[in-house]
Design a protein around this ligand. Structure first.
Ligand code: ADP
Length: 251
């Protein structure tokens, strides 16, 4: 089954063409990393899938249901109910964690299940504790984000995304804001999810070795375009000059 579909997607910021006719199919259960130079449109691509950015042209579908559809500049209206049920399939982890600063770790994780999913408080406490255990932070459940390291904050953010039980997880440069010594603990959690959760995962990252290691598929973007979309092995041995130059520069 298709988890994510982009068909001829274009996105501009003013005069800047940030996504240029993007076509992309991601099957359910795939682990896909998106790599490429800064400013190439990777985060924007992810944000359009999450409906955090509107597109200027094209179609985006989540599990075969359109969440964005713009034909020749004319927006096709998506019913609110369809949109919200489609978006429930998605969870996103942001570069800057986006935790609520005035809520404890537990409250951060319980907020959406209780408010959006109408889960009982008891059930959500049980679920939150399970998730905190999974990311190794059960002992921090009553702490506030300001009392945590960056790596711990990001692990809480991952637990929070998982609390809504999404089938599809989007990671937007999840380790970019972290000090180098904190990157590993976050990558370990993502690696575990990739191995064990069965969820579809799309990861925008600068951690190239990690991306090559955990992904079934790697996409290289440059200048708003998908330049190469292949297996890690093929990307590593690419003949494409742009991809080669990028990989040589960062290793
Ligand atoms: P990447 O994730 O590959 O680093 P981005 O998707 O963040 O690239 O950005 C692509 C381009 O779009 C960059 O030139 C960036 O400056 C620009 N951009 C991103 N977000 C906005 C915005 N909200 N307004 C204007 N320009 C933006």
């Amino acid at each position: 089954m298709n988890a994510i579909n982009l068909i001829n997607v274009n996105k501009n910021f003013g005069k800047l063409r940030v996504l240029k006719c993007i076509n992309l199919n991601i099957e359910s259960g795939e682990i896909v990393s998106i790599i490429g130079p800064s400013g190439s449109g990777k985060s924007t691509l992810l944000r359009t899938i999450m409906k955090l950015e509107e597109i200027d042209e094209g179609i985006i579908k989540i599990k075969e249901e359109a969440i964005a559809n713009v034909e020749e500049g004319i927006k096709v209206k998506i019913p609110k109910a369809v949109l919200s049920s489609s978006l429930k399939n998605l969870g996103m982890v942001f570069q800057n964690f986006n935790l609520f600063p005035h809520k404890t770790v537990m409250e951060n994780i319980m907020e959406a299940p209780v408010m959006v999913k109408k889960m009982s408080k008891e059930e959500s406490i049980g679920k939150a504790e399970e998730l905190l255990d999974m990311v190794g932070l059960l002992d921090k459940k009553n702490s506030y984000p300001s009392e945590l390291s960056g790596g711990q904050k990001q692990r809480v953010a991952i637990a929070r995304a998982l609390a809504m039980k999404p089938d599809i997880l989007l990671f937007d440069k999840p380790t970019s804001a972290l000090d180098p010594e904190l990157v590993r603990e976050v990558l370990q959690v993502i690696r575990k999810l990739a191995k064990e959760s069965g969820k579809t995962m799309v990861i925008v990252t600068h951690e190239i070795a990690f991306a090559m290691d955990i992904s079934s598929r790697v996409i290289f973007m440059d200048n708003g375009e998908i330049v190469e979309d292949s297996t890690p092995e093929k990307i590593k041995n690419t003949t494409n000059e742009r991809v080669k130059a990028f990989l040589q520069n960062i290793t």
